[in-house]
Structures are given as structure tokens and as C-alpha cells.
Design a protein around this ligand. Structure first.
Ligand SMILES: [Fe+2]
Length: 251
């Protein structure tokens, strides 16, 4: 009986930390970005589909490589939290089912040609996101001294958690927009469920580090860095989609 009490206290503390990280993400400005209002109402033209998915693909491609790199940076006990996510991205052992291919097949199913897709320019805000997010996924030696005992893997864990928590919302709203193209059930939108699993795993990863001294501060640092970067990401995605909307309306 006596052995159960500390476990319960640990569980309560873990839940408190999890709620804190969820609040951090949900209360951040990126969580209420105008991109979500746009996707809620948008009837996407093919030009918008091409620009939006081309730019989404650009950022997701870099995040996939950063995630792969992150698995190698984790201490042994934390690797498993990342592996399932990476394995999903690369098709669970069957590369023909990789997620980049799914994204692009959504564009083709809309009637966008590969030529149209690849001719879309990558918005500077997407480039800014990639640059900023990379510094939190793969932290260098310039982390603030205020973090105390620097835990680079914990910063990476925070970065992954921010991405996964917001991805739930991204896919839910992208699905709404593509439902008006009759593609709500396209295989890429399995992400609506997959991202819930990935966000649970990333929260477990974050909590793994939050138990250590300075771990929570490092997790928060990584999370906030990517949440801030997400504002640039969403600025860029909204800009390319709106630009193409105004062009198509003007024609
Ligand atoms: Fe994915």
C-alpha cells in the first residue's frame, strides 16, 4: 500500500506538466492564426491548391529530415518516442506509402499537374520558418545561459511537441478546405488521427525530460521557439493561398 502513494503523486505531477504544455501551445498566437479562418471558409482554386501544398510540402520535407536527425540525438531511453513518428513519415517500411507522396497525390487528385506544382515559388516566410525551427530541432551552442544545465535533446523534444500539437489543428482545417473539393477522405487526411497519436508520443517525450533538472525549462524553450516560428509558417501559407485567390478573382 505504501508504495502506491508516490506513484500517484508522480502521476498528478505528470498530468500537471502535460496540461501546462498543452496550454502553452493552445494559448500561443499561432494557434489562433488567420490561416485557420481562411481554411474554414476557403473554396480552393487549383492555383491555390498548388501554392498551398507546394509550400506545405517544402516545410514538411525539412521537418521530416529534422525528425530523423532528432531520433539519433535522443538518449537511448527516449528514442522510441520518436521512432514511430519517423516510421510513419517514410511509409512504415513501404516507401510507396510515404507521406510526401500522399501530399503530392492530393494535389494530382485536385487536377494540379506536377509542372504547376513545382513552378510555385516558396514564400520567404516558409524559408524563415525552416531556418528558425531548425535551430530548435537541432540546437547549437548558442542556447541561453538562463536554461542552466543545457539539455539539447530536451529542447528538441519541445520543438517536436510544438509541431505535433499544432499539426492536429493544421490537418483538421486543411481537411475542411479540401472537403469542398470532395477530398475529405483522401489518404493524406489520415493525419487527422495520426497527429493525435504523434502528439501523445511527443508529450510523453517532453515529459521524459521534464523529470530532469532544468528539463522542463529546456522543453518550454524548444516549444516556444517552434510556436513562434509557426506564426511565420502560417503567414507564408496564408500569403500564397490569398495571393492566388486574388489573382484568380482578378482574371
Ligand atoms: Fe506526415
Amino acid at each position: 500500500m505504501a508504495a502506491k502513494a508516490p506513484t500517484k503523486i508522480a502521476d498528478v505531477e505528470e498530468q500537471r506538466q502535460k496540461d501546462h504544455l498543452l496550454e502553452l501551445a493552445h494559448n500561443h498566437a499561432c494557434s489562433s492564426h488567420k490561416l485557420f479562418d481562411f481554411l474554414q471558409e476557403a473554396s480552393l482554386t487549383n492555383q491555390q491548391v498548388a501554392a498551398l501544398l507546394r509550400n506545405y510540402d517544402a516545410h514538411a520535407s525539412v521537418l521530416r529530415r529534422l525528425l530523423l536527425n532528432a531520433a539519433g540525438m535522443m538518449p537511448e531511453a527516449a528514442v522510441t518516442y520518436v521512432l514511430e513518428n519517423v516510421r510513419n513519415e517514410y511509409g512504415n517500411g513501404d516507401f510507396s506509402e510515404n507521406h510526401q507522396g500522399q501530399l503530392r497525390s492530393l494535389a494530382w487528385d485536385c487536377g494540379v499537374s506536377p509542372e504547376e506544382f513545382f513552378s510555385c515559388r516558396i514564400h520567404p516566410d516558409i524559408g524563415a520558418f525552416i531556418k528558425a525551427a531548425s535551430t530548435f530541432y537541432a540546437p547549437g551552442n548558442s542556447c541561453p545561459q538562463s536554461l542552466g544545465r543545457i539539455k539539447k535533446a530536451a529542447i528538441t523534444a519541445g520543438a517536436i511537441t510544438a509541431t505535433e500539437l499544432l499539426a492536429i489543428k493544421e490537418f483538421a482545417y486543411l481537411q475542411k478546405a479540401f472537403s469542398r473539393r470532395g477530398l475529405a477522405h483522401h489518404i493524406w487526411f489520415k493525419h487527422v488521427e495520426i497527429e493525435v497519436e504523434h502528439s501523445d508520443e511527443s508529450l510523453d517525450l517532453a515529459l521524459h525530460f521534464a523529470k530532469e533538472a532544468d528539463g522542463l525549462k529546456c522543453v518550454e524553450y524548444g516549444m516556444l521557439g517552434v510556436l513562434d516560428a509557426n506564426v511565420r509558417l502560417y503567414d507564408g501559407l496564408l500569403a500564397v493561398a490569398q495571393n492566388h485567390q486574388s489573382v484568380s478573382q482578378a482574371v
